[in-house]
Write a protein that binds this ligand. Structure first.
Ligand SMILES: NC(=O)c1ccc[n+]([C@@H]2O[C@H](COP(=O)([O-])OP(=O)(O)OC[C@H]3O[C@@H](n4cnc5c(N)ncnc54)[C@H](OP(=O)(O)O)[C@@H]3O)[C@@H](O)[C@H]2O)c1
Length: 320
């Protein structure tokens, strides 16, 4: 399957490296607002076609899947144009700026019969199924508490710093925490407590989110785009706990019965970068005639967008 990447930025490079190492998919084209930038990206990652506008990439009849890798504030317009051009899309997280944009895009995709998916990559990784299997096996008893944090100092990035680009820690990093809970717990969120520290630009820099699920599980989550930290996550149950070494890109899940006593380690299989799972999932879903990938249904993207709208409303953070 031929993939076209839109936006020749940071994450586009990782996607190009991944696709370059896959046997069954390739990056056919890169689209940038600058032809020079597209050509330099194409030369660096051996991409056959370079376009100096996003519209030119969307007009390429050989592009079978568009990977949208632009700032959050641009997701809507780029994805809308791709859907109108009839191109299936894999859109980087966070899917859109807010739930209104997400609902509009999903309705358009449905109306046009075009596949669209959110590139929330842990959803497509083996950890999703393996974690759920471990929980269902009862190995830690009844899950009761989730503790997770994620912190990268990316405060020098324009797209994180600036509200008009959809900046802030939540859309960039916090979404992984919310996704972690949603990936492993089917119970709805019943209560929510939250607070945040804002950056000088008004975006959320560091935040604390406590969720209480209807099944009685409590999730204590922290995200920051202003400091460097670990990304560990723990799901604690009545008889033990699961330790995920990285909640975005785990290499292993340790099963512990007593504090620091590791009984079993579930290792993730060898991979290229971890991005290949989301590309393969899209390819399989498109070939099966689906409009959404089973690993990350549209309803989940929408749920997360509503949840993040609610959090920003609590903090008094807006993108305008
Ligand atoms: N999955 C992951 O692990 C991961 C990691 C980091 C980021 N992301 C996500 O990927 C997306 C892009 O992030 P990134 O780190 O790659 O960003 P980035 O390095 O800033 O690149 C974004 C690209 O978007 C294009 N663009 C279009 N309109 C723009 C505008 N008004 N201002 C700036 N750039 C604009 C630019 O490409 P051209 O100049 O070529 O048009 C730019 O290079 C975001 O949704 C982010 O959350 C995902």
């Amino acid at each position: 399957m031929n993939v076209g990447i839109i936006g020749a930025g940071h994450i586009a490079q990782k996607a190009a490296i991944t696709l370059g190492a896959m046997e069954d998919m390739q990056c056919l084209a890169i689209g940038s607002r600058s032809l020079e930038k597209a050509q330099s990206f194409a030369a660096r990652f051996s991409v056959p076609r370079a376009y100096g506008s996003y519209a030119d990439l969307l007009a390429d009849p050989d592009v079978e899947l568009v990977y949208v890798a632009v700032p959050h504030s641009c997701h809507f317009e780029v994805t809308r144009d791709a859907i109108l051009a009839g191109k299936p899309c894999l859109v980087e997280k966070s899917f859109m700026l807010n739930a209104t944009e997400a609902a509009t895009i999903l309705a358009l995709a449905r109306e046009k019969g075009v596949f669209v998916a959110e590139a929330l990559w842990p959803r497509y990784m083996p950890v999703h199924e393996l974690g759920r299997e471990l929980l269902a096996s009862g190995v830690i008893g009844q899950p009761k508490m989730v503790t997770a944090s994620i912190a990268y100092n990316v405060s020098d990035k324009e797209r994180v710093l600036r509200p008009e680009l959809g900046g802030g820690a939540l859309l960039d990093l916090g979404i992984y925490l919310l996704n972690f809970v949603r990936m492993f717990f089917d119970s709805p969120i019943e209560r929510l407590n939250t607070t945040c520290i804002k950056a000088d630009t008004g975006v959320d820099a560091t935040e604390d989110i406590t969720l209480v699920l209807a099944d009685g599980t409590l999730a204590s989550l922290q995200a920051s785009a202003w400091c460097q930290g670990g990304n560990e996550a723990v799901i604690a149950g009545t008889t033990g706990y699961l330790l995920f070494d990285d909640l975005i890109h785990p290499t292993r899940i340790s099963v512990c019965r007593k504090r620091h006593v590791v009984e079993r380690v579930v290792q993730m299989p060898p991979e290229i970068t971890g991005f290949e799972y989301q590309f393969r999932a899209c390819r399989d879903a498109i070939r099966a005639g689906l409009l959404e990938p089973p690993q990350m249904p549209h309803s989940e993207s929408l749920y997360l967008m509503h949840l993040m709208d609610r959090l920003r409303a609590e903090w008094g953070v807006s993108f305008t």
